[in-house]
Ligand binder design. Sequence first.
Ligand code: BGP
Length: 473
Amino acid sequence: MPDTFLWGSASAAYQIEGAAQEAGKGISNWDEFVKIPGKTFKESTGEVAVDHYHRYKEDVALMAEMGLQTYRFSIAWARIFPKGHGEVNLEGVQFYTELIDECLKYGIEPMVTLYHWDIPQALVEEYGGWESPKVVEDFVHYATFLFNQFKGKVKYWITINEQNIFTTFGWLTAMHPPGKFDDEKMYYQVNHHVFLAHAKSVLAFKEIMPEGKIGASFAYSPSYALNSDPIHAMAKMDFDNLKNFWWMDVYAYGRYPKNAYHYLEQKGVAPIVTEADQTILKQAAALIDFMGVNYYQTSVAEYNPIDGVGPYGEMNTTGKKGTGQVTGIPGLYKNPTNTHLKTTDWDWVIDPSGLRYACKEITSRYDLPIVISENGLGAFDTLTDTQEIHDAYRIEYLSKHIEELMKASEEGCEIWAYCTWSFTDLLSWLNGYQKRYGFVYVDRDEVGGSLNRYKKDSYYWYKEVIETNGQSI
Ligand code: BGP
C-alpha cells in the first residue's frame, strides 16, 4: 500500500469505555435503553464494558507494541457536555486529551468519531434528541468545541458513524434507542437532521482546520442482483437508491437520489428539505475529504412481490446459525442469503471481494478517497488453559479482505486507511460480549470477569501485516 497508508483498528466509546456514570459523564440514550428488559443479549450493558476508561494506557501500549498506525475511537458526547449543551465537563475533556496524547506519544494517528450512537439523554428528554431540528445546533456546537480543543493533534475526523444503521434500528425496528417501531416519516426526518448536523460540522471544521481531513462513516452493503432477470436488476437499483445511495449521495453530492425521493414522497414519508438545507448539504459535500466505509457484508437483491416479505424480521443476535430472517420492501426488493457465500455464526455473509466492489463503486461514483473505518469478524473465541486464543478463522477473514483491498488499490482506488473492528474485544450492542472482534481478548462475559487482556494469534499476525505493509498476509 502507499507510504501514507494507515493500518489501524477501531472502537466506540459506549462499547469499550465503561465508567458510564463516572468522572462527571452525563447519562446517554444507551445508558437508559439497555435497562429495558429484552433489548440486549442477556441484558448486557456498557456500564463497565471492557473498562477502557481506566485501562486506556494498557490498551494503547498494546497497540504500540503491535505497531498500529491509526486508532479510530469515538468521543462520548455526554462526557464532554453532560446535558448535551451548556457546561463542559472538564474531566471528560481531560480523558480524551490524555488518550490522544498517549496515542501521539507512540506515533499512533488518532482518528476521532464525533458520534457513535450515544446522544446525551438530556437532549432526548429536552426535545426528542435527533427528532428535533434543534439537535443540529447542539451537535455543531459539540463538534466545534472538539475541533478547537484537538486542532493540531487530531488530523482525521469522522462526523457520524453508520447513520443508516442507528436510524434504522432506532425508528424502524425498535432495536436501538429510542426504540420506535415502523415510524418511517420520522425516520427520514431524523436522517435529514443528522445530515444537516454532519454538513454543518464539516463547514465549521474547514474554518477551524482547513488542512484536516473529515468524512462520515457509512455502513455500506454493496448489492448483487439475484441474476440477470431484469426484474432483479430493477430490484437491485431500488435497493441501492433506498439503502445505499440515500446516504452516500448526500455525503458526496449533497442531494438525495431522485427516484428514491420520489418514491418516498408518493408514500408520504419523504423528509422536508428547504432550499437553505440544500445549499448547506451541497457546500459540505464539496468539502468532505473521504468516504468512510464500514464494510461487513454484501446483499443480494431479488424482486419482492407486493404480497412478499416485509421489512421486519428476526435478527440473529445469539450466534445460532440460521436464525435470521429474510426481509424486504413489498413491491420492490428483498434480500435473501447469498447461496454462493459462507456465513458467520451470526448469519453475516463473508464476502471479501465485496470490499473491493465497495471501493470501486465509491471511486467511480464519487471520485473520493476511502477510509475503511471498520471491517472484521465477530466470532466465539476460546481462551486456552495456557491463555492463548487460536483465532485462525479471524486471520483468514481479515487476510482475504486485505487482499481484496490491495487489489482495489492497484485498480486505482485511493485508500487512505484500513481499520479493523476491533482492537480489543468489546461490547456488541445487541449481541453481548460473546461476539468477539478483537486482536486482544478481554476476559469478561455478560456477567463480568477479570477484564485481563490476552493477545490472540491474530494480534501477532496483524503486527506482521503492518510491518510488511501488507506483503505478509
Ligand atoms: C457496526 C458498528 C460497530 C460494531 C460493528 C459490529 O455496525 O459501527 O459499533 O458494533 O458494527 O457489529 P455487531 O456488534 O452488531 O456485530
